[in-house]
Design a binder for this molecule. Structure first.
Ligand SMILES: *Cc1c(COP(=O)(O)O)cnc(C)c1O
Length: 427
């Protein structure tokens, strides 16, 4: 078969398919993977998700230590108040992880054996595990290829007589279609628990993520947009629910049990139900308070890096993340391009090559349907969520942290272009 003749003016060099060039590139001696000089020296490895921690965070922790009140106390109370204010929510309950927040959500909504909860297949395992910990059954729903968020039409098809709730995940910080999800919930009397682990700054038609559903769950894990080392938060609009969540997070002990050692004299407490040990500490809140104050500044930094990547990678064999729509505020938690399937290089080869160049990478995520736990226990298979499966094969996450300086960003771009081809332009 005759190949298409190049249009006049187009260089004939372009007729060499990208995949051949890229496939040859992975063999190149210039790559650190093959013994070449790395973009960054090993002692200068660019950590994925390194948090931006400054003097205020350090001073806060030292202050808690000097006061010798390092457990749950006044700083947690302040952090809850300020977090609720930032999100425009009525009540916030601090816990020690988003996993704890998700689990408590299931318990507080009375979900348990016999109940089904829809979860996207493209998420961190904690989303599904929280459902399992409550004794209920997670059901995987596929995601949309462009937003990587839960496919609402498909969610509707997976609703059965047992379905009680949906946990939408605002993937990478891009809001889910919350109006459609809330309408679906209303039609089928389902409860919505938002997994906002990526989505502190996310807004949908100006409404903050985590305030649409019954409950919003946030993560302050080390790599998240706001970190407390480990930590999490629940948002609710109901006082009674907030009180119950607080109690459940501390052994089921009656209100403000943490005050029992305070200067107002010892107070008895009652254990009124079987709770958990999920309380946040003042040491963690001491880190969280200045992190909250820096949230918008750090968001702007990540937004700028995201935009720089979009521009710098436009000619590489990648499917770049879709730009947010006008009514969406993206939290820019993750930058997750897909390695095109015809590129001649696999995602795992790119991961190895970038690591060798001194660039830390991540994968968010392999589809839950590919993990042995859910396959063995629940019979999940790839065909339950083919889009999530494909994304899980092709996605990689590049460093996107406010702790990065311009050189760090340019190093990522240089390494990507070295591995995936393209002239070594750096923008
Ligand atoms: C990080 C994460 C969690 C769990 O958060 P932890 O605070 O580590 O428990 C849950 N869901 C998603 C989508 C996450 O990214």
């Amino acid at each position: 078969m005759k190949s298409q003749s190049p249009k006049s003016g187009e260089k004939t060099k372009k007729a060499v398919p990208n995949r051949v060039k890229t496939a040859a590139l992975i063999q190149s001696k210039s790559l650190a993977l093959n013994g070449g000089k790395p973009v960054r020296n090993p002692h200068d490895f660019l950590l994925f998700g390194a948090p931006a921690l400054g003097r205020a965070e350090i001073a806060g922790v030292v202050d808690s230590m000097r006061r010798r009140w390092i457990g749950t106390g006044p700083k947690v109370a302040r952090f809850e108040k300020e977090f609720a204010e930032y999100q425009g929510a009525e009540y916030a309950v601090a816990v020690n992880s988003c996993t704890a927040a998700l689990h408590l959500s299931m318990v507080a909504l009375g979900l348990g054996p016999g109940d089904e909860v829809l979860v996207p297949a493209l998420t961190f395992c904690a989303t599904a595990n929280a459902v399992l910990h409550a004794g209920a059954t997670p059901i995987p729903v596929d995601v949309l290829p462009d937003t990587m968020n839960i496919n609402v039409e498909e969610a509707e098809q997976k609703i059965t007589k047992r379905t009680r709730a949906i946990i939408p995940v605002h993937f990478a910080g891009r809001p889910c279609a919350m109006h459609e999800i809330m309408a679906l919930a209303k039609r089928h009397r389902l409860q919505i628990v938002e997994d906002c682990a990526h989505a502190i700054e996310t807004r949908y038609y100006d409404q903050p993520a985590g305030t649409f559903g019954e409950l919003g769950c946030f993560s302050f894990y080390a790599t998240k947009n706001l970190t407390t080392g480990e930590g999490g938060m629940l948002l609710t609009s109901q006082k009674a629910r907030a009180d119950r969540l607080k109690r459940l997070a501390l052994h089921g002990m009656s209100q403000d049990a943490w005050k029992r050692f305070g200067d107002e004299g010892y107070k008895h407490y009652d254990v009124v139900e079987l709770g958990y040990k999920y309380n946040m500490t003042d040491m963690a809140a001491a880190i969280g308070l200045p992190q909250l104050a820096a949230l918008e500044k750090n968001w702007k930094k990540r937004k700028a890096i995201w935009a720089q990547y979009q521009k710098a990678f436009s000619d590489l064999p990648l499917t770049l993340p879709a730009e947010p729509l006008v009514y969406e505020r993206h939290a820019y938690h993750l930058y997750t391009p897909l390695i095109q399937r015809n590129s001649g290089i696999t995602r795992d080869q790119v991961l190895s090559a970038l690591t060798a160049e001194g660039i830390g990478v991540g994968v968010h995520y392999r589809s839950l349907c590919d993990h042995p736990l859910y396959r063995k226990r629940l019979g999940w298979k790839r065909s339950d969520a083919p889009v999530a499966g494909r994304i899980g094969d092709q996605t990689l996450s590049l460093p996107l942290s406010p702790s990065m300086n311009q050189k760090d960003v340019l190093d990522v771009i240089t390494a990507m272009r070295k591995v995936l081809g393209g002239k070594s332009k750096t923008t």
